[in-house]
Design a protein around this ligand. Structure first.
Ligand code: MN
Length: 230
């Protein structure tokens, strides 16, 4: 044990990087709610009337590419939400939309796994969403592709297959708050730091998963995400 700490220091959670043996160290995970109009509608909201809102997951919620994802405790209605993930490489506060993309290291494909039953209960009671959103293994994420390889995806298919069947499908050009605007807005609320991830929202088609399901998420131009629910 290190002599500098009275306990073992926390693990640095990380993701693999395409074309690099080094890894992307994960700091915080910010998630944008209802950022595709068709998903906002399926959840019973008017997409035109809402500014973006955010919730968080701990870095320990990450499930690195290819590993199994455990079905969480105390829920019988766990939903998949496929999302493009923005990996922040350079921090900052009050970032302008025109310079926001300079802060991005790369992009990945993630799942914002959700205990929908606990989230719905929290909404009804006016309570925080943490138990519905921020549980163990609630953030499976693919390899991160550096901007030098993939550019800044702003259009192209985003898709989730469950056991080989398409369950969610959309296009990045349907994002209500695009990546630069999301970074700019988020950076007025929090000082962004290197290692922060932003889950950018999910298209329509969210639904329940079961133990044994194979989830495969793709975003055009990025490395796919694959995880089995166990
Ligand atoms: Mn989501």
């Amino acid at each position: 044990m290190s002599s500098a700490f009275v306990i073992e220091p926390p693990i640095i959670h990380s993701l693999s990087v395409a074309g690099d043996t080094r890894r992307f160290a994960v700091n915080r995970i910010f998630c944008v709610g209802r950022n595709y109009a068709d998903h906002a509608r399926e959840m019973g909201h008017d997409p035109d009337r809402e500014p973006p809102f955010f919730f968080m997951k701990p870095a320990s919620a990450i499930v690195a590419d290819g590993l199994d994802t455990a079905y969480p405790s105390l829920s019988s209605d766990v939903h998949h939400e496929i999302e493009m993930v923005v990996a922040i490489g350079k921090g900052g506060a009050n970032i302008s939309p025109s310079s926001a993309l300079d802060h991005v290291y790369g992009y990945g494909v993630g799942l914002d796994m959700t205990r929908r039953d606990l989230q719905s209960e929290a909404k009804k009671m006016g309570r925080p969403w943490d138990t519905g959103k921020a549980f163990d293994q609630s953030a499976p994420c693919s390899t991160i592709v550096p901007v030098s390889q993939c550019g800044h995806p702003s259009a192209g298919a985003i898709r989730l297959l469950v056991n080989g069947k398409v369950r969610q499908e959309g296009d990045l050009n349907q994002l209500i708050w695009n990546v630069p605007d999301t970074i700019a807005y988020l950076s007025t609320l929090f000082t962004l730091e290197p290692g922060d991830l932003i889950f950018s929202g999910t298209p329509a088609g969210v639904g329940p998963i079961s133990k044994g399901d194979l989830l495969e998420g793709t975003v055009d131009g990025l490395v796919p995400l694959k995880t089995r629910i166990v």
